[in-house]
Design a protein around this ligand. Structure first.
Ligand code: PYC
Length: 336
């Protein structure tokens, strides 16, 4: 396959140019370009530059605001609300982050509810700045009804990712970011683009039959990971980042889309916890115990979540990123 190599500066510049050229404000273009560049840099192609296609399509279908400014509200001692006003979540997150951190440091725990946001981005990017500030973090969001509950055959849940981060001082944080579906929808779309079959267990066709045909799954239903366990977690995500924060479930998001094919619309919940508030003078002792746990994992040959991402980041910082020529061509065509 013919590949195009881009330095991270070039990747960001391409994304930024596409976004500005399609009418996104400077603030939104910068936030989105940074996010998709970081997705590509970190080896997460399903949330990398490829996303620009869906981002611009969503804009052209009138399903995302290109320029509305988020409104941040201090609603309770430990709660921040960010109204994204129908724009992507990323700028609202950026603008609300300092107040979330301040509240977490003050109370030991704080929550940020982002409402009325269009969401496409990997959640590791939202927990990482919190872990870098020494906080424990959890983020979650529903999406569109694409995933059948365990025991069912009809899409009801979103891919409903959960990201968790633990700070590790000067070491890279412990972060996992996993869809509660067997794979991100973006992964299935990338397989479909490449004409490749997906692994077994990712989804079913519209007759409820197991299939490895990416298009049949996109037309049918995705499956949760881990059967009823993933299904229960997916339901939890619907509740926490839907009704709890007064925002849409994945089924409501898809109904709102009304067949336009835009990206999911709804809420995101982010929790931040300050270990030094929980532990006081004992914080260092107990954070060291966490390191013992991580070493125990590694001594058995287990990889810590995020390790591959950091390796990919190091490589991309040095060598840039590679995307297929066909993707480069499709992204460049968005400039016309
Ligand atoms: O790829 O799972 C996914 C996804 C979620 C929201 C938009 N895309």
């Amino acid at each position: 396959m013919e590949m195009v190599n881009l330095s991270l500066t070039e990747a960001y510049a391409l994304a930024h140019k596409v976004l500005r050229g399609n009418g996104f404000s400077e603030a939104h273009a910068a936030a989105v370009a940074k996010n998709v560049t970081h997705g590509e840099r970190d080896g997460c192609a399903s949330h990398g530059l490829w996303r620009l296609l869906g981002i611009v399509e969503t804009l052209r279908k009138g399903k995302v605001s290109p320029d509305v400014e988020p409104v941040i509200t201090d609603t309770a001692p430990a709660i921040v609300k960010a109204d994204a006003g129908g724009a992507f979540s990323l700028l609202a997150f950026e603008r609300a982050l300092p107040l979330l951190m301040e509240k977490a440091r003050h109370s030991g725990i704080a929550a940020l509810a982002i409402n009325r946001c269009v969401h496409f981005s990997a959640l590791f990017a939202d927990v990482e700045p919190l872990t870098e500030a020494g906080l424990v973090a959890l983020a979650t969001t529903p999406s569109h009804a694409w995933v059948a509950p365990a025991g069912g055959t009809q899409p009801l849940f979103g891919t409903n990712p959960i990201a968790f981060g633990w700070p590790r001082g000067d070491k890279p944080p412990f972060i996992f970011d996993m869809a509660t579906s067997a794979a991100a929808r973006g992964e299935i779309q990338l397989h479909q683009r490449a004409g490749k079959a997906v692994p077994e267990g990712w989804g079913i066709d519209s007759d409820g039959q197991a299939t490895t045909d990416a298009q049949a799954i996109l037309d049918g239903a995705m499956l949760t990971f881990g059967g009823h366990k993933g299904s229960a977690l997916a339901a939890m995500v619907e509740l926490l980042a839907g009704p709890l924060i007064g925002d849409m479930t994945s089924a409501e998001s898809l109904a709102w889309d009304n067949g336009a094919g835009g990206l999911p619309y709804g809420g995101e919940l982010i929790l931040a916890l300050d270990p030094t508030r929980f532990l006081g003078d004992d914080a260092a002792t107990h954070l060291a115990r966490a390191e013992t746990l991580f070493s125990g994992m590694q001594q058995q040959g287990a990889r810590l979540p995020g390790e591959r991402r950091y390796q990919s980041r190091e490589r991309a910082n040095r060598d840039g990123v590679e995307i297929t020529h066909s993707l480069f061509r499709d992204i460049s065509a968005l400039l016309k």
